[in-house]
Design a protein around this ligand. Sequence first.
Ligand code: FES
Length: 603
Amino acid sequence: SGRVALTLLPAERTVRVPPGVTVFDGASWNGVAIDSTCGGHGTCKKCKVRITSGSVPVSRLDARAFTAEQLRDGWRLACLAQATGDLTVDVPPLLTRPKAATVGVGRQVILRPAVQKRYVELDEPTLADQRTDLDRVLAAVDDLDLTADLYAIRRLPRVLRESDYRVTAVVVDETLVDVEPGDTRERLFGIAYDLGTTTVVATLLDLGTGTPAAVASQLNKQQPFGGDVITRISATMLDPAALGRLTSAAHETLAELAAEVCAEAGVDPREVYEVALAGNATMTALALGVDPEPLGVAPFVMSCAVPPVVPAAELGLALHPGARVTIFPALGAYVGGDIVAGVLATGMDRDKRLRLFVDVGTNCEIVLGDGERIVSTAAPAGPAFEGGAIRCGMRAADGAIETVRVDPAEGAVTLGVIGDVAAAGLCGSGLVDAVAELVKAGLLDASGRFVTDEAAAAATPRLAERLTKIGDERVFMLSETVYLSQRDVRELQFAKAAIATGWSLLLEEFGAAPGDVAQVLLAGSFGSYLSPAAAIRIGLVPKLPVLRIVSAGNVAGEGAKMALLSRREREGALALREEVRYLELSDRADFNDKFVDQLAFPQ
Ligand code: FES
């Protein structure tokens, strides 16, 4: 089956998630908050929702949490309710202002944002009390050590006097950034960005409650300069004006998304006081207007690993004048801030189990941790997963085949196509599915070759006629026009072998075997949508029981949210720089042999 549609009421937001994802995760990844104090672990019984269409079996805990009548009405605990088919779910409003929020993969974050609002009622000045406006405010908020932004100083005389000395002080870290008339404590927002090479996602967070107020995404406007980081770095090397244009394109993307989420949630951009941004090293450099050239050529050096905190205006954002941007630090030129955010969001640094994190993309980042040690590496997987170098390849957009099921007995090929349109091409998850299914059906052998016509006719007579030739090349026709070619299969083999070489070398570092891995987290805009069964079948992940392979969602964005919600988590991201060891693969003598070993499909 392909992805399933999860419609969340009353927001009427429909999201498409891989089957098996819980309602709780699907909702929270997409900006709909469900009550919880346990973080989705099935212990708090707060995540009550009502399934209004589609079916979810009653779990043991549901039977304890609800009456028989409620169960008949469709009430379920969201963190146990798996979406195996299309569902419509009514989500009750949050009753209490939570002190903690659930983000990432079951991470509970105690709300302690860097932005704080304090409402104060001041004594009016008199001839006997000529303290400055600033001292009056600082004394009232009980923190005389704060420094004040010029903007706040400019606002003081008028705002204090026009609001009868009843004001809200806005403090970010150790700085007074504003005084606002009256009590505005309820209005406190931040934007978390996942600045991807392909797609950029913005989440507007209510920092008072920890809940997302709106989510929006769009293609990175740097697309015309090339699909991956290398082509964009090359653009800056070929044309001195390109860096400026790439920087502007990033800023426009970020600004449009900010405007969109604010409009959707009815939030004035001036009520956004903080921004967190996670991106790979190249995207981060380009957004900051830093020359990325050294990132693209050996020995792959970053200008800095921990970018400075900058005013939002430096990224082209018109938010509160005092808003600052925290940018995730990077571990290396090819293990960037997006991965640090992902490690934070998945708790790779805390979990005692042996866990493998794989962000699948053109450049594939791999992290292995067991709570004691964390090691990371980057594997050059090439463009196959983005649909590049694939004959009928395309991005995951309308018309893309995203799932493939082959039934050799019935002779049926069932395609899941994005949007309500005819199949136009094959996106990365469809490519992985197609190859996995054809291996299973016996039409591709373990070495990745299409079997002979005779062998095909013997294996599955009803499908054999789809195995044909276009020009000199053998192909399998998935639809009338979309096919999988022999060369496409090779491209995928190269991509998955690079990844498998990466994780097998990391496992070697730990002295562990593939079967020891307790959990594989598939992350990133592509990895999250990969079918775990297909990933196992082609050998992209270790051969494990399928339940150990988990779609982790947009973990970079989740890490950015955590940084906004909690100063402690933000410091945790910095600490990861010390904790995670980076292993360079490209200079290893044994890389090629291992790579060749990993080309075949597992038996
Ligand atoms: Fe706590 Fe579901 S989130 S029981």
